[in-house]
Design a protein around this ligand. Structure first.
Ligand code: URA
Length: 438
């Protein structure tokens, strides 16, 4: 029998800045997973953690309890070093969609358990589900088989894999408790450590569209996750990457799938291509398929040029029930019925983009969820015609809005306009990869 849980007492202790006992944390998470701690109690606890934090002992216990809420998948029947990547979340962040086939095409098996959109950020599962037929709800046996035979499988959390995070992730999404270092670190590491990986690359986003707006917070988050990985015997490398403007030019589920396919053809925007290469190169080194990041980059470029990365994507889509022809014919992906442009109010340069504002505008348009049970529209989103540093003329389109439902459109256009800043001079470009933390 588990320890008796007094949710009220534990929430109060944390609310008042006290420390929780690891055994109480374990019992609280177990009871939440089983449904005897209610969502509203967990929401209150998350808000208390948001304000009062957790020390490393509490965090270790919290992360381990989340990991142990399900099983740790055994992928030892795939002998190679298995490596995954996880992003802390951003806007237009479709890196997983191109990185997973690229790494797999270069011989690194990629077992990937992904999440849905969270707060103002998009989620890989929602993007994948915009591919007709693509099934992210596979059994553990099927997951194991596809990692072994295809070299990659992308699924959502199941009842077996970190189920505590599955519930908590959806709850935090709608209770403003996402941007909290211990909650993010335990969420990511519990599901990543459960998926059967040997090593992990973390993409810790930093900037106006990330949960971490400041470099020092992103660094702390990276170090926290690396520490949790080390405690559990996994090699983890983190890159701090720029999220001060959306990545690439597409925001929205099916639109991002198209841009990911463009990347594998060598035709995607430079920022998105560069970040994908930087992260995938780290995976190849960890997976022992390249001796250095430079050698890894050469292999990645070759996999794009010879078409093997694109072939791997078709194979992954087919193996998970999706229509592989969507890679070659975008009309098979969901398409919005209408578009309208947001235009520049003045001539000059785009001097910055409040990227969280763009993400929230995408949610308002229907590309993300406003409630746990909201249905998303896979077709809607934005094409960013202008990004930071680019010149504009008054009246020139800066963002194209792809929509189905007319109702939110005016509000969305106003939000986008408010998110864009214009000025007389282009700002100095910022490095895409800010820092590497090991
Ligand atoms: N990604 C996750 O998986 N969890 C978080 O809490 C934030 C980003």
């Amino acid at each position: 029998m588990g320890r008796a849980v007094q949710p009220y007492e534990l929430i109060k202790t944390k609310r008042d800045g006290g420390r929780l006992d690891p055994a109480d944390i374990r019992a609280f998470i177990q009871a939440y997973t089983a449904g005897t701690v209610a969502d509203y109690q967990m929401a209150a606890m998350c808000m208390a953690v948001f304000f009062k934090g957790m020390d490393s002992r509490e965090l270790g216990a919290w992360a381990r309890a989340m990991l142990e809420s399900g099983e740790v998948l055994d992928l030892t029947d795939t002998p190679a070093v298995k490596v995954d990547k996880h992003s802390t979340g951003g806007v237009g962040d479709k890196v997983s969609l191109s990185l997973a086939p690229l790494a797999a095409a270069c011989g690194v098996p990629v077992p990937m358990i992904s999440g849905r959109g969270l707060g103002h950020t998009g989620g890989t599962l929602d993007k994948l589900e915009s591919i007709p037929g693509f099934d992210v709800n596979l059994s553990t046996e099927e997951y194991r088989r596809l990692v072994r035979e295809v070299g990659c499988c992308l699924i959502g959390q199941t009842a077996q894999v970190a189920p505590a995070d599955k519930k908590l992730y959806a709850l935090r999404d709608v209770t403003a408790t996402v941007d909290c270092i211990p909650l993010i670190a335990s969420s990511i590491m519990s599901k990543k450590l459960a998926e059967g990986i040997d090593a992990l690359v973390l993409d810790v986003k930093v900037g106006s569209g990330a949960f971490m707006k400041r470099d020092e917070d992103a660094r702390t988050l990276a170090r926290t996750m690396i520490g949790l990985g080390a405690e559990m015997g996994r090699k983890v490398v983190a890159l701090l990457t720029d999220m001060d403007q959306p990545l690439g030019r597409k925001v929205g589920n099916a639109l991002e799938v198209m841009e990911a396919v463009d990347m594998l053809r060598g035709e995607a925007p430079e920022d998105y291509t560069e970040i994908t290469y930087a992260l995938t190169a780290e995976m190849l080194v960890l997976g022992k398929k390249a001796a250095s990041v430079d050698e890894a980059r050469q292999k990645l470029r070759r996999a794009v040029e010879d078409g093997s990365a694109l072939r791997k994507l078709r194979e992954i889509i087919q193996s998970q029930g999706g229509d592989p022809r969507s890679v070659d014919d975008y009309s098979l992906l969901p398409q919005a019925r209408s578009t309208v442009d947001v235009v520049a109010p003045r001539s000059g340069f785009v001097t910055g983009i409040d990227t969280e504002g763009v993400g929230l505008a995408a949610v308002a348009l229907g590309a993300g969820r406003q409630r746990v049970d909201s249905k998303i529209d896979p077709a809607v989103g934005f094409t960013l015609l202008k990004k930071t540093g680019e010149a504009v003329k008054e009246g020139e389109p800066v963002v194209r809005v792809h929509y189905n439902d007319e109702a939110p459109v005016n509000g969305v256009k106003a939000r986008l306009l408010a998110a864009y800043r214009f000025g007389d001079a282009a700002p100095a470009p910022r490095p895409l990869v800010r820092e590497r933390v090991e």
